[in-house]
Design a protein around this ligand. Sequence first.
Ligand SMILES: Cc1cc2nc3c(=O)[nH]c(=O)nc-3n(C[C@H](O)[C@H](O)[C@H](O)COP(=O)(O)OP(=O)(O)OC[C@H]3O[C@@H](n4cnc5c(N)ncnc54)[C@H](O)[C@@H]3O)c2cc1C
Ligand code: SF4
Length: 356
Amino acid sequence: MERQIVVIGGGPAGLAAAGKLQEFGYDVILIEKQAEVGGHLNKWYKVFPDFTDASEIVANLKQSLGKTRILNNATVTDIAGSAPNFKVTVSTGEEIDAGAILVATGFKHFDAAFKEEYGYGIYDNCITSVELDAMLKAKSVKTRNGKAPQKVAMVHCVGSRDEKVNNNYCSRVCCTNAIKVSIEIKEQNPDCEIYCLYMDIRVFGRGYEELYRTSQEKFGVQFLRGRLSEAGEKNDGSLLLRLEDTLTAKPMRLSVDLLVLMVGMEGNSELADVAGLTVGCDRFYTTAHQQYSNNASQRQGIFLAGTATAPKAIVESITDGRAAAAEIAGFLASDRVFESSLNGQLVATEMATSLK
Ligand SMILES: Cc1cc2nc3c(=O)[nH]c(=O)nc-3n(C[C@H](O)[C@H](O)[C@H](O)COP(=O)(O)OP(=O)(O)OC[C@H]3O[C@@H](n4cnc5c(N)ncnc54)[C@H](O)[C@@H]3O)c2cc1C
Ligand code: SF4
């Protein structure tokens, strides 16, 4: 079934890949675990760097899906065979023949409860960046007693660049996300004081540095190079933060009404066994080669895209999805697919012989 391709995961990477593949003339089946496609974009409000509405991006990607068949509330339970003759078993029981498979199953959030010293799950007014986005969307950034906060602190690198939780990598999006949400809070509540507690500011993409400057010059967001050691709750529900100003090496205290933890990304390797994929020490899927074959997996005919392989911003995930589509088309048109098919037959023959 060389003309049929299975895409697993309907986030920006999977949607972009599916759109491109059907444009190339393939029959695409998109398998998505949730009731709706869109991935994490369904949770976001306006996204950095340009404050585009996340729903607009999803709508745009959905428009290019053409005749793609979407299976919602479904996942993959088995992948048998080899390219171009994979047999994919879906959780619904359906079996699908596929010439190639794309895994675009995205990322998971770091569970902030692992950083006990910050008080997530213990203090009412300690929330994550995911919960803050929902509040911004509802235009209702409030403390748990229903008041508009007067002071908010954003803690960068929660669950990233942290040996204690075994995540040494940088999640790449949370600095710019902290800047974006700070601006949005100021737009909705101009009197609110905002402090970003950071280790380093990593704003690397087009328009990101400008956003960083705007947040300071136009909105007065304050950046403190500080390491939060712990948060404690006061009688009125506000939080007392103890931190070290790492520029002056002096201890500091800061009282805030709302503490926002900028949670990092973690690899979603739940299909590793089913798909026969390898996972790196960072727990994201490994690719055939990080430099020149970064969409191929270690199993021939199975490809990878988006944040399944590393933290990425939306535009990078979309571009990566389209790059994977081009890789798949190239693979199916090449001699490699026949070699793979031949190897599959040889393995089948060897197995049949050894079973006799
Ligand atoms: C707090 C936060 C805020 C962010 N804000 C921004 C921003 O403002 N701007 C920006 O550029 N980037 C932002 N990002 C990054 C952005 O969310 C990602 O770049 C993007 O979501 C990655 O897309 P993806 O398709 O790789 O993965 P995802 O969005 O994670 O989509 C993966 C899809 O696969 C599905 N799936 C998972 N497992 C299975 C399975 N086993 N079977 C079937 N389906 C499965 C999921 O349900 C999901 O629909 C933010 C990230 C975080 C953590
Ligand atoms: S992007 Fe910023 S907040 Fe996120 S892990 Fe990297 S340095 Fe930390």
